[in-house]
Design a protein around this ligand. Structure first.
Ligand code: MN
Length: 479
């Protein structure tokens, strides 16, 4: 059997921190970046006698997540204790859901515009652990419990992904959906989205081999790299007639390799049992339906709608729906009586370019959609040329003014007056007799040179079409 014929089967477990004000079982703030151990209390520190109280907002966000992933939300789910010893787990157990999770049986498109779907096995609610800090005290490990008890949803896929690149693309779709649903900011650098991947390889018509689990994948790029590495390793073992041992592997980003983490502990026994301090979670179907009715349009259907309703190319639709705020912004510009493709060009080019440069979120864009719409209309009706429009937009962003205000204050209106244009042309050709001669000998590329000088002299205000026509008429007439 050729190694290449062995098909990878990849499943993902994704932990997403929910964007709540407070933790899952107590009133401490769910806030990233605070001084260590400032958002803690007897409940999340696991002190004797403290009792958990479930955060309703976390349940709501988890249900939103599950419905967005087309899962069936269970009317009754059960919290369980997952017992293990770890320094950042003060209770000695994690409250999670095990046999009866919040939701099961969903799906999400693998890639944009791709009919392939990846099945979601389950979505459940659980609490995060604290954080061990190895870089704060010399030769010691410190523990910060601010994160202990922060609400998580764990999303588990079926092993439907067949390549590392597809796994990476799928994670991008998932993150995009979570952000549309406003359940999490999914910032991997802050640990609010964390991924474990399991992978096995299977010969056609054979049972899959043993699977290994990859941990410590701190970026989507690393998910892809680690899976590439591990699939090659498993293929190599297979080629030498050796089996793959079930194992948990730690991805070492610096070395670009995965190493066995705890082979000896692989028979993990978490001794799950129902959490005695929490009753079963019973959800009212009417409440669930209310959350469903409140779901935003999905990125996938919005992308398709942008192509149909506005006649945009697939590429534009993809860029404009990458983020819900960008899509909202674009639609607000179109609502200002602007042709959709024009609106798309301005938003994708000038607006997103500037936001990217200045590292500003679209929600805080300095130019509002109605003001951008006004500017685009002024370009469309010829009051401004495209380059002038760009300059006006820059000034609008800097000064917080409207296009009309900038044009009035700075005299930036496009100049179409024949007399004025001919004056500039005369000045430019008089200053460059050699270039005029060369143009007349057939060097037609010099037209762009003359136009550049005319635009410079007019401070960008000359109507380029009109000026170009007049310039060519002059050059040909005097020949
Ligand atoms: Mn988990």
């Amino acid at each position: 059997m050729k190694a290449a014929a062995l098909v990878p089967m990849i499943g993902l477990e994704i932990h997403v921190q929910l964007k709540t004000e407070t933790k899952l079982f107590c009133a401490d703030r769910n806030a990233f970046g605070a001084a260590p151990n400032t958002h803690v209390c007897p409940v999340c520190l696991g002190l004797p006698g403290a009792l958990p109280v479930l955060n309703a907002r976390a349940v709501e966000l988890a249900v939103r997540t599950a419905l967005g992933l087309h899962c069936q939300v269970r009317r009754t789910s059960i919290f369980a204790r997952k017992n293990y010893f770890y320094p950042d787990l003060p209770k000695g157990y994690q409250i999670t859901q095990y046999e009866r999770p919040l939701a099961t049986g969903g799906w999400l498109a693998a890639e944009s515009g791709d009919a392939t779907t990846i099945r979601i096995r389950r979505v459940h609610l659980e609490e995060d652990a604290g954080k061990s800090l190895h870089d704060r005290l010399p030769n010691r490990t410190a523990v910060d419990f601010n994160r202990a008890g922060v609400p998580l949803v764990e999303i588990v896929t079926e092993p439907d992904l067949t390549s590392p690149a597809q796994a990476r693309a799928f994670l991008g779709r998932l993150k995009q959906l979570m952000r549309y649903l406003e359940v999490s900011d999914c910032d991997m650098e802050k640990g609010s989205l964390r991924v474990d991947a399991n992978v096995s390889i299977r010969a056609p018509k054979a049972a899959p081999g043993a699977r290994t689990e990859l941990k410590n994948l701190n970026s989507f790029a690393n998910v892809e790299r680690a899976l590439d590495f591990e699939i090659e390793r498993q293929r190599g073992l297979h080629a030498r007639g050796r089996g793959v041992a079930q194992d948990t592997l730690h991805w070492d980003e610096g070395r670009g390799e995965a190493r066995s983490m705890r082979a000896k502990e692989e028979s993990r026994d978490y001794r799950y049992f129902p959490e005695p301090d929490l009753p079963p979670l019973i959800l009212d179907p009417t409440w669930i339906e209310g959350i469903r009715a409140d779901l935003p349009e999905s990125p996938e259907s919005r992308r398709a709608r942008f192509q149909e309703q506005y006649g945009l190319p697939a590429y534009d639709s993809e860029v404009l729906t990458a983020d819900r705020g960008i899509a909202d912004y674009f639609e607000a510009v179109v609502a200002g009586a602007v042709e959709p493709k024009l609106a798309s060009n301005w938003v994708m080019g000038d607006v997103l370019g500037r936001l990217h440069q200045t590292r500003v979120e679209i929600a805080n864009a300095p130019v509002s959609p109605p003001r951008l719409a006004e500017l685009i209309r002024l370009v469309a009706d010829g009051t401004l040329s495209v380059p002038l429009g760009r300059r006006v937009l820059t000034r609008m962003a800097e000064r917080g003014a409207t296009a009309a205000e900038i044009i009035a204050a700075e005299g930036l209106r496009q100049i179409q007056d024949k007399g004025q244009l001919q004056d500039w042309i005369a000045e430019v050709v008089a200053a460059h007799p050699q270039e005029v001669a060369r143009y007349r000998q057939g060097d037609s590329k010099l037209l762009a040179f003359f136009m550049g000088r005319i635009m410079q002299r007019s401070r960008g205000r000359a109507d380029p079409r009109r000026a170009s026509a007049l310039l060519q008429a002059w050059l040909n007439r005097e020949a």
